[in-house]
Ligand binder design. Sequence first.
Ligand SMILES: Cc1ncc(C[n+]2csc(CCOP(=O)(O)OP(=O)(O)O)c2C)c(N)n1
Length: 255
Amino acid sequence: MARDLQRYLRPGVTSTPFCPGCGHGILMGSILRAIEQLEFNMDEMLFVSGIGCAAWIPSPHFNADTLHILHGRALPAATGAKMFNPKLRVVVVSGDGDLADIGGNHLIHAARRNIDLTTICASNMTYGMTGGQVSSTTSAGAFTQTTTQGNPYQPFDLCRLVIAAGASYAARYSVTQPFALIASIKKALQTNGFCFIEVLSPCPTQFGRHNRLETPADMVKDLMDRCITRKQARNLSPEELKGKIMTGEFANGAD
Ligand SMILES: Cc1ncc(C[n+]2csc(CCOP(=O)(O)OP(=O)(O)O)c2C)c(N)n1
């Protein structure tokens, strides 16, 4: 972590548990950069996460109050904290499996209630911590520990899901788009209501090894090739759009 961000890290934290090539560290830095640029006081913030590699991003690393909750239950805990102390800026950071699969019902209802929470979903398109099983964000056809013939299902479009349910703001960016990602986190932190950002994060250890993306560089390159902006998407045919991941904002300022 860059020295300028050291003060946002809990004293004594000198390393992270992330594998080489994992994108969660870039997301961690992006969240802290957004907070620094907004000059927010971390003492007035609470970070809530569930269980999984992504759930380690705020806890125990951030020098703030953190709640490391049961798998899939970050949003109910965050909702309770926000209701108890509405002045608290509550930020949920967790994985796609945690927020969209075991916690999927909580996600749609938090969006429906449009609760004033910022939710950052670190989406590596697999259950990283438990060995690389399929998740609801795994692309159709992708290989995982539990889809050895290729995923037969279409993934959730989490941004469209939360917007349809009632969220104020939704965006999707990859950790390979750090400036857009930081700007989006800043916007979500300053927007009232339920704000959701899906952040694509490479997982060479679990996703990559099943999909012939064996080195961290291969996975980053694959994400960079697949992520396109909504503007670029408009000029592509349905055939050219196959396998692409649409990034950008999906409400509140979306083009
Ligand atoms: C109730 C319950 N069910 C299952 C688990 C096992 N478990 C822990 S983390 C995890 C998946 C995490 O995946 P994700 O949220 O995508 O995060 P990642 O590790 O990929 O960052 C699972 C299934 C658990 N801890 N508790």
